[in-house]
Design a binder for this molecule. Structure first.
Ligand SMILES: C[S@@+](CC[C@H](N)C(=O)[O-])C[C@H]1O[C@@H](n2cnc3c(N)ncnc32)[C@H](O)[C@@H]1O
Length: 338
């Protein structure tokens, strides 16, 4: 409602010019500038029917409206990638939200499918987050560094043997992308010393980087805050009305409804899964919209009892072998309807 109409309807003794001055003082001083000395802030707000809550700096994303430009695809092949079901998941995303948060971003299938107006992307994998930061900020030097790589076994083994900590960010990002795109089946796996240990993929005919798709990812990442950190920090950043998508690693040793048989083989254990559930509840209390992917087991269904749970069947590779595919049964948990 225009201010002049609001003033006319709700506070006949207030002139439009006064409201305009109040608004200017709100911008300058905060709410204090608007408080009627006799009536107090609550009455002043009610009389004018204006929303005095602080303005959100994040632009709103409206899902369903196609983001500008050509779609961006995930940059890396990633274990547990949601790329095959990104469209199904995107259909379950809230129709409108402020900032987007993905604290287990991995290959970012959901992020690249949605291309939100403002986002916070994080993961514990330092190589991956360095790659995203470099694609966002130093695209041209990265393209130049990638052009110096060659898709041969000899070169692959030489690059694989370099410890990433010894490289500057751009070279480090080029190494990550090169190894990811030329290794066996696009896995990302490191040994205890932090060295990449996946064999060469022997696909010399494949081009391991496409400047065009890197440019699209560069554009998609422009409004993203990128950080390497534990997922729990997400609760500090997320605000009311934001949307958080949680896609944690699945606890190893899952055996369907039998529950968990081993806890720490892939580094993400039962205690971590409990921390994820606590984060989900914390974000729910913060009035964020939260969506989580998890395996469909009695344990996970019990953990998220009380929230909306839907099943999804996902065709995926087993043990990193392209020729061994199966259907994984997953659930999507949400704390909202639309
Ligand atoms: C299932 S993958 C996410 C896949 C992603 N949704 C995609 O489509 O590519 C889980 C991610 O969680 C990350 N991760 C593992 N432990 C973490 C932790 N404690 N905090 C943040 N990220 C973690 C892994 O590095 C991995 O990238």
């Amino acid at each position: 409602m225009p201010f002049a109409d609001a003033a006319a309807q709700h506070a006949a003794d207030v002139r439009p010019g006064t409201v305009t001055r109040w608004i200017a003082r709100l911008r300058q001083d905060g709410l204090l500038g608007l408080v009627d000395r006799h009536a107090g802030p609550a009455v002043t707000q009610r009389q004018l029917s204006l929303d005095f809550s602080p303005a959100r700096t994040a632009p709103r994303t409206t899902v369903g409206r196609r983001p500008r430009g050509r779609p961006a695809l995930p940059l890396v092949k990633w274990s547990g990638s949601k790329a095959p079901i990104a469209a199904k998941l995107a259909a379950l995303v809230p129709s409108r939200f402020f900032a987007y948060h993905e604290p287990f971003v991995g290959g970012g299938s959901m992020f690249f499918a949605l291309r939100p107006a403002r986002s916070f992307l994080s993961d514990l994998n330092a190589e991956l987050m360095n790659l995203y930061a470099v694609v966002k900020q130093q695209l041209e030097p990265l393209l130049a560094a990638l052009a110096r790589h060659q898709n041969t076994r000899e070169h692959f083994l030489a690059v694989r043997g370099i410890h990433p900590d010894t490289l500057p960010p751009v070279e480090r990002a080029a190494r990550t992308l090169f190894l990811n795109r030329t290794c066996f089946n696009g896995l990302f796996r490191v040994n205890r010393a932090g060295l990449f240990n996946v064999p060469y993929g022997s696909q010399q005919h494949t081009t391991f980087f496409q400047p065009d798709s890197l440019r699209r990812a560069h554009l998609a990442l422009q409004n993203a805050d990128i950080a390497c950190r534990d997922f729990t920090t997400c609760a500090d950043q997320a605000r009311r009305g934001d949307f958080v998508y949680l896609d944690p690693p699945y606890v190893s040793g899952l055996r369907g409804d039998q529950g968990f048989v081993s806890y720490q083989a892939n580094g993400f254990g039962e205690a971590d899964a409990e921390r994820v559930a606590e984060l989900f509840e914390q974000l729910d209390r913060q009035a964020c919209r939260v969506m989580l992917s998890n395996p469909d087991t009695a344990v996970t269904r019990a953990r998220y009892r009380g929230f909306r749970i839907e099943s999804l069947s996902v065709r995926r590779q087993v043990g990193g072998h392209a020729d061994r595919r199966g259907h994984a049964h997953e659930i999507v948990v949400r704390n909202y309807q639309r």
